[in-house]
Structures are given as C-alpha cells and as structure tokens.
Design a protein around this ligand. Sequence first.
Ligand code: GLN
Length: 199
Amino acid sequence: VPVIGVLALQGDVREHLIALASADAVARPVRRPEELAEVDGLVIPGGESTTISKLAVLFGLLEPLRARVHAGMPVYGTCAGMIMLADKILDPRSGQETIGGINMIVRRNAFGRQNESFESAVDMKGVEGDPVEGVFIRAPWVESVGAETEVLAEHGGHIVAVRQGNALATSFHPELTGDHRVHGLFVDMVRAEQGRRSL
Ligand code: GLN
C-alpha cells in the first residue's frame, strides 16, 4: 500500500488525508524533512501559496522538496499546491518561492477577480465517467505550458489541470467534494512509480 504524505504547513490538510485514505492509500501529514523521506508520494494542499512557501523555507523543507520532486517522487498539488509546483509564477509576491516540477506559468487568483469562488463541472482526462465537480476558491489558472506538460482539463478556455511525468496539479479542490477519483488517479501514479522502482 502506498504511503502518501500531505504537506502540512498550512491549508486544507485534513481533507486530503481523508480523500487519500478513501482512495486506498496510507496518508500522513508531513512537516519535517525526515517525514518527507518516508513517503512514496506527496500532496500539496490548497491554502495560501505565499504562506506555504515561507513556511517551507522556515521548516527547512524547500530544498528537500525540490530534490525529491526532481528525483521523480509523485506529487499532486491543488490550487495553492498547483502554484507551488509551477516552474514560474506570473505575478509572485516578494520572496515567494516555488518547488517547481511542472513546466508551466501560473497566474495566481486568476479567477478571483470575477468570482471569488464557484463550482463547475470539469471534464478531466484520466478520470473515467462523469465530469469532476470543480470547486474553485480564489483559484489560479495555467497561463501557458511547455511541450512536456500535458493539459488534462480546461475551464472557460483556461487550463485548470495538468500533468508532467509524476507531477499532477489542479486549480480546483477535489478533496472538498467527496468524489475521490482524482485522488485515485494520483494513488495509481504512486503505485506505478513503486512498481518501476521495484523492478
Ligand atoms: N489564492 C491562493 C494562493 O494564491 C490559492 C487559493 C487556494 O488554494 N484555494 O495561494
């Protein structure tokens, strides 16, 4: 059974722990480098990306996170977590760092100007059946992606879900809906990587 961490510096950690457990993973909060070293994959929750970035530096986690993502650890970021996985932020706050891992440029609070929060059905590649219920809360969108980044979903002409290798990111929050198919997709990615590593 894959052991999947949830970066527990700030944000909706609990909801992700529950969603991962429902998708047949063992889920644990990660706050320290030693805890990061013990997980097979990591979720970076929604919250506030500048705060998560600053706490990651403070807790000595930014470089270990970059190293593990660079080494191919499966990682899934929702909303603020998506921002943390972007190689580049269009409008970073001062001192705002990202982990990187996905060749994309994100725009923070992109949907926020029209609507602070909204829900919409989203068709997502890799998720079978009905569209996913997309919960967008001051959500970013992806402004542009590199050739190696696969677009998994769009909303209103804007990219809201992407994958590059073992890194997955959504602008929206599947952990808040009770539908655990997106977490299931991520757990499958972690299982596939475990399989490759045990060959
Ligand atoms: N607007 C937040 C940020 O820039 C993200 C909001 C969220 O994660 N729901 O970090």
